[in-house]
Every structure is written in structure tokens, then in C-alpha cells.
Design a binder for this molecule. Structure first.
Ligand SMILES: Nc1ncnc2c1ncn2[C@@H]1O[C@H](COP(=O)(O)OP(=O)(O)O)[C@@H](O)[C@H]1O
Ligand SMILES: [Mg+2]
Length: 325
């Protein structure tokens, strides 16, 4: 950790976007927003993209060989990976950048790899006293005639994102197709009891002084019995309440759980912790170590609500990354 007056200068910032997964376009939107913010800070942005098939490039430019991409990244003072999902958020981007010695405004390999897997995250959360919905990991040859829980329950890929492959099963017949859908989107499949409650998220980052800073809580209004699906996430119809309707004790419980998870997972940069608030307390749903990051995304709204607008948030994350290096 450096003191402010010794911080290495940040001039060139690599912004990574795209990626080989079904959150490719979402990632490009996040990366474009970060690039605008970097330029608004008077810094040089170096947008580096990963195509759907894994080819490296510059936004709108010719393809780059992997060796050239590494050479370009190596010239940067810090990198901001806006890569959501597998082959990015899962530690892949952090690993590459760590091996070539570029500081990262985001989580290191371990936190990314743990956080991408919903089952592993739940296991860790339970071990540190944070409750999650009862669940089972489905065996690859599971018999779809025997249900793991009484419906309704939720079927989801362990490493998915953007609600891809997530279904609510309300009857026996729906189980087989739900499993098939989840398997087509990810490797392992998790089945969880349906939680009746409100969805409330909170985001945290560690700043340049080493302190954890939380954004406002954000509540997603979803119709009863329904899920927050891909179309609501990206078509502008998502109904967010910031801050969430929580009493002081509810807010404190959520923030304490998020801080514990941030530390136990070993996160850096910003991470978003998604909870259900039920009449019986809070349950962790999932952790996102590289959450959606356009100006309209949840995390920037949460921090804007506590007086840290988008460009200032990007500045904080870049400065924290070089301070921690
Ligand atoms: N156990 C559950 N009970 C009720 N709703 C759920 C449950 N798990 C997921 N959901 C709903 O599905 C949405 C997407 O599931 P989530 O696990 O967050 O996957 P993703 O990583 O794709 O966002 C959640 O935002 C929530 O609306
Ligand atoms: Mg989610």
C-alpha cells in the first residue's frame, strides 16, 4: 500500500471488454462506459477487446495476435477488466494481467474463481455464517423423475450470468427442460428452493486507504413468484429502488455480510453482493466480482446515490488498484 503522495502515476489505462460467453455484448457496453470515464479523467484509454471466438482486437480496429495483445497490455499502467462471466470474471483476466505485471482494477484470480461458481460461493458463505437458500448440485446423470425439492424451485447453471439458463420449476414436467436449458449454458447445475422475499443488492470496494466503501442498497422489484430475467436486466424496464426499503438493522446486516464476503473471498476492486431479504432474515443469492458497469448499471447507481458519480468511481477504482500494487 502506498501513501497518496507516493502513488505511481496512472497515464495509460487498458479497458478490456467482450469475451467468449453470452455476456459478450453486456461486457462491451460496460467497457465502452469505462473507456469514456477514463478519457473524462484526462487519461489515455486503451480499449482491448476479446471477440466472441476469443480473437483479440482494439475496438473497431484490426485483429491483434495474442502476443500483440499482451504487448499492448504491458504498456499500460493499470487495467480495468470489464469482462463479465467465464473466461474473464472467473479469474482468467486477472491471471493474465498478474503474470505480465499489470495492476488490475478488480478482483484477483482466487476471488474471481470462487465467486464465479454459485455453489462454491454458497458453501463459503454458509461456512462463515451467512445463510443461503437450501440447494443441491445436480449430478450429470440425475434422474429427472425424482425432484430434489417440492416445487417451486429454481434451476440454474453454477457459472451463469445475466439470468441465462435460470428457470423456475413449478411442476414435475418442467424439471427436465429446465435442467437441459441450464446444462446448455454452463457445466454444473444447481437446484435451489424458491426464495420468497425481496431482492436487495449492495456493492463494496476497497479504496486507496484500505477502507471498504459501500454503495447504497438497491432493491429490484420483481413480480411475486417471478425472477429478474435477462430482458428486464437490459431492456430498461428493470424497476430499481435506491436505497432499498430497509430498516437500520436490515441495512447493517446486509452491509456486514457483504464486507465479510468481500474479505473472505479476497476481493479487490468493486464487487456486488446480491441478497434476498425475507421475513426470516437475509440469504445470499450470489456474488459478482465483475458486475455490470455501464452508467445505468446497478453498481454505478448505488455509488452515485452515496455521492460518488460514475467518473469519480472509476477514478477511485484505478487509484486503489495502483495503491494496492
Ligand atoms: N433461489 C431462488 N429463489 C427465487 N428467485 C431466484 C432464486 N435464484 C435465482 N432467482 C431469481 O433469478 C434471477 C437470476 O438468478 P441468479 O442466481 O442471480 O443468476 P445470474 O448470475 O444469471 O444473475 C435472480 O435475480 C432472482 O430473480
Ligand atoms: Mg444475479
Amino acid at each position: 500500500m502506498h501513501t497518496d503522495d507516493q502513488l505511481p502515476a496512472v497515464r495509460r489505462v487498458a479497458v478490456l471488454g467482450g469475451g467468449v460467453n453470452d455476456e459478450h455484448d453486456v461486457s462491451l457496453a460496460s467497457a465502452a462506459a469505462v473507456t469514456r470515464a477514463v478519457r473524462a479523467l484526462g487519461l489515455e484509454a486503451v480499449p482491448v477487446t476479446i471477440g466472441r471466438s476469443g480473437a483479440w482486437g482494439h475496438t473497431g480496429g484490426p485483429p491483434l495476435s495474442a502476443a500483440d495483445a499482451v504487448a499492448v497490455l504491458s504498456t499500460c499502467d493499470v487495467a480495468f477488466p470489464a469482462l463479465h462471466g467465464v473466461n474473464g470474471e472467473d479469474g482468467a483476466a486477472a491471471g493474465l494481467l498478474a503474470m505480465i505485471g499489470v495492476p488490475v482494477a478488480g478482483s484477483p484470480v482466487r476471488a474471481g474463481a470462487l465467486g464465479i461458481d454459485k455453489w462454491v460461493t454458497k458453501t463459503l458463505a454458509e461456512a462463515v455464517g451467512i445463510r443461503t437458500a437450501p440447494s443441491v448440485l445436480v449430478a450429470p446423470d440425475a434422474d429427472t423423475a425424482s425432484l430434489p425439492f417440492a416445487p417451486p424451485f429454481v434451476v440454474k447453471p453454477t457459472t451463469g450470468g445475466s439470468s441465462n439458463g435460470v428457470s423456475v420449476v413449478r411442476s414435475v414436467e418442467q424439471y427436465g427442460p429446465a435442467l437441459e436449458l441450464a446444462r446448455s449454458t454452463g457445466d454444473a447445475v444447481l437446484v435451489e428452493q424458491f426464495v420468497t422475499g425481496r431482492e436487495v443488492d449492495i456493492a463494496v470496494f476497497r479504496d486507496r486507504s484500505g477502507a471498504l466503501r459501500s454503495g447504497a442498497t438497491l432493491e429490484i422489484r420483481v413480480a411475486d413468484g417471478d425472477v429478474f430475467d435477462r430482458s428486464q436486466k437490459y431492456d430498461g424496464t428493470a424497476d430499481f429502488t435506491v436505497p432499498a426499503r430497509l430498516d437500520e438493522a436490515g441495512h447493517a446486516a446486509l452491509e456486514a455480510a457483504a464486507h465479510t464476503l468481500y474479505d473472505r473471498l479476497g476481493c479487490a476492486g468493486v464487487a456486488r453482493f446480491d441478497f434476498f431479504v425475507t421475513t426470516d432474515g437475509i440469504l445470499l443469492n450470489e456474488v459478482n466480482t465483475c458486475p455490470g458497469f455501464t452508467e445505468q448499471s446497478q453498481v454505478p447507481r448505488m455509488f452515485a446515490a452515496v455521492g460518488l458519480p460514475y467518473v469519480a468511481l472509476v477514478d477511485e477504482l484505478l487509484t486503489a488498484a495502483v495503491a494496492a500494487d
